[in-house]
Design a protein around this ligand. Sequence first.
Ligand code: GLU
Length: 480
Amino acid sequence: MTQPQTQIKEPSFRESVDIMFNRAVKLLDLPAGLEEKIRVCNSTYTVRFGVRLRGEIKTFTGYRSVHSEHMEPVKGGIRYATGVNQDEVEALAALMTYKCSLVEAPFGGSKGGLCIDPREYEEHELELITRRFAYELVKRDLINPAQNVPAPDMGTSGREMAWIADQYQRMNTTDINGKACVTGKPLNAGGIAGRVEATGRGVQYALREFFRYPEDVAMTSLSGGLAGKRVVVQGLGNVGYHAAKFLQEEDNCVITGIIERDGAIVNEAGLDVEAVFAWIGENGGVKGFPGAEYFENGASVLENDCDILVPAALEGVINLSNAANIKAPLIIEAANGPVTSGADDILREKGAVIIPDMYANAGGVTVSYFEWVKNLSHIRFGRMQRRQEEARNSLVIEQLEELSNAMGDTWSLGDTFKEKYLQGAGELELVRSGLDDTMRSAYQSMRKVWHERSDVPDLRMAAYYVAIDKVAESYRAKGL
Ligand code: GLU
């Protein structure tokens, strides 16, 4: 049974991140003082601003935290949630530094947040609030294509990013790179194909890569490939929905449980992710979804028997009060910080393998990087090469067909092969290829440390090790 959390002392989110950092940094031989310089958050700006709404002035509190400027711009989402606070924003900014470093996105780490429940406001009200918040940040260069580039996070989406981009451009009318001041924009506002689903896609690619190594899979009690694995997903927001959908549709995983705000639903034979998503859209929650068992205490389903647990919602959901009861042998952190440092220790003792957040959910910032580059180069990826590639491929096909004729049609190329081979890569294909490559290389760099160093017991420590080492390297190069 889950115990009430209030009885147990748990470090704050930021402390939790620092504890995990400290575990890994000890293994690196850093010059005196550099360890602290990397760990601490450089600055956090708090702003309180008023917006006239419904006949009165409402005051909002927002933050933009910059964790590390070893590379600029700094990067990280803006979150809209009632629980946003300085500790959380600083923890998330630190995770951004390590995440960007691990996946080699050339950014420092940052994060922003606004204390607001976006569901309480009409769209035009949210636009006023977002533009005003953006104004405050742009004024201080906390939104700027060369210095600080936000993106969507919990409670925000392309819609808010388009408002932010427009606000920046109104305030900087001659900045030719203005669109690059924020990523995660809709396609028609300078976004990139594949950004919306990028984080969920990254979770899928991370799992595929993990399952390519039987030795790694053997560290869990699992065997074989991804197909048929029973998965419980917590949170069917943008990340959880896409991860669950792709795992179900493309990797034949069985989604046995879905946990949402209002409770959880379970069906051991598998839940149809699209149908559940549509149900939530219509009914506001999972309750009543036909053909599944409903549990009012959603968190209890985290403890269900399954092969892969995907926490894709808030931080701290697996903590000292429930870690001992978690049965999943493999946990992939689609959310930022879903496992507290105390829970991490308990799960490691139990032999569970955790694919850590800074790697697992890095797909979002990776595709944000591509979007930023696209905005700076002012041209869609693939625009110059696609038809040229197709022309060259069709030359090969023609030659092969001539050869086939000359040989009396004793063999021929299949139509599906021809169709696939002929197609040049457009933006979406290139984005997917870049994301897949990034997720594979980052996993390989982590597993190398995990397997080669006897003092690195898990993937999280390996991820921190690789990430901190790269940050330290750029400080060294700067001469600091
Ligand atoms: N908010 C996302 C994250 O936590 C994306 C950040 C970005 O694209 O800059 O990674």
